[in-house]
Design a protein around this ligand. Structure first.
Ligand code: CP
Length: 340
């Protein structure tokens, strides 16, 4: 059932609705829209994990919309939180999400939450175990600021950036796994592939054997691509993914089979270190592709200095667009009846 009262996953929004959000973001960006729909209201930002872009752009965006951001860090500046139902809370968790979320809802107009995958148990992570209870218990809109499975604000900023740089036409968009010294969550690649498919692009996912994205997610990406007139292709061959690409999106992620055993993942991925990096040789195979990454990025690990410092790199614009799309999302969620 699509859920447009929250912003949890771009799959809850139609292509038309995503395009409306991007259009609204462009009006915020070029200064045409200076409205302050959050005047006199507060928005809570709950960070279980570190952040630069998400935290700063949300705080600035809420301020620019006239509102007041309230930042909370469970286990740091607020109590440790339990998310599971029915547990005897005699361990290290002080407060249950059932109270935390409903209490916050009495103070604020919306709640943003960042809760990364713990990368311990794939079957648990797959259902977004912390984000779900936020949506279940909340009476105010929930904005996903990166959960175990999705990072929709990043994906919307990415789609806006592709439009700004390359226009609205269907593009060959290649999402490539890259070597990284430790396993990382899959939220960014999941949401990027999904949103790119929803926008009708021809999506190629390059992933070494053993590092496949979630099958259910890929089935949804394929379905969305078909609906929007695009396509999805999977490959183990990174050079094939770069050939003719108009967008190269790099990201590393962990192997589902090694959740709970990071040292095994590190040993397994070592064989991909040399080949799975974005460098000038691979970029030369593309059709003058732009280079994208959500940041933070490890230079000369995921991407060489030569590529990230080249005119093809749009990573700073991507990061800027986080601010504008999140203002559009907030305005959409908190202005009932308005055409956002
Ligand atoms: N891309 C992104 O979400 O950046 P942060 O982790 O710094 O928020």
């Amino acid at each position: 059932m699509p859920d447009m009262k929250n912003f949890l996953n771009t799959a809850d929004y139609s292509q038309e609705a995503l395009e409306r959000l991007i259009a609204a973001a462009s009006l915020f960006k070029n200064g045409t829209d200076v409205s302050q729909p959050l005047a006199g209201r507060s928005v809570a930002l709950v960070f279980f994990n570190p952040s630069l872009r998400t935290r700063a752009s949300m705080q600035v965006g809420i301020y620019e919309l006239g509102g007041n951001p309230v930042v909370l860090e469970p286990g740091g500046t607020s109590w440790t939180l339990e998310h599971r139902d029915g547990v005897v809370m005699d361990g290290d968790k002080t407060e249950h999400l059932a109270e935390f979320v409903r209490v916050l809802g009495r103070y604020v107009a919306a709640i943003g939450v960042r809760t990364f995958a713990a990368m311990q148990d794939w079957s648990e992570e797959q259902v977004d175990p912390v984000l779900k209870p936020f949506a279940k218990y909340s009476e105010v809109p929930i904005i996903n600021l990166e959960s175990a499975m999705h990072h929709p604000c990043q994906a919307l900023a990415d789609m806006m950036t592709i439009r700004e740089k390359l226009g609205v036409a269907r593009k060959k968009v290649s999402l490539t796994w890259a070597w990284h010294p430790k396993p990382l969550p899959m939220a960014v690649p999941n949401s990027f592939a999904l949103a790119a498919a929803q926008m009708g692009h021809d999506v190629v996912v390059a992933q070494p054997a053993g590092y496949e994205l979630d099958e259910e997610l890929l089935a949804r990406v394929r379905h969305e691509a078909r609906l929007a007139g695009g396509s999805l292709r999977l490959t183990n061959d990174i050079d094939e993914a770069f050939a003719g690409a108009e967008v190269v999106y790099a990201k590393s992620w962990g192997s589902k089979q090694f959740y709970g055993a990071p040292e095994q993942d590190v040993a397994e991925r070592a064989r991909y270190r040399e080949k799975w990096i974005v460098d000038e040789t691979k970029m030369a195979l593309t059709h003058r592709a732009i280079f994208m990454h959500c940041l933070p990025v490890r230079r000369n690990v995921i991407v060489t200095d030569a590529v990230i410092d080249s005119p093809a790199s749009v990573v700073i614009d991507e990061a800027e667009n986080r601010l504008h799309v999140q203002k559009a999302i907030l305005a959409h969620l908190l202005t009932p009846g308005a055409e956002y």
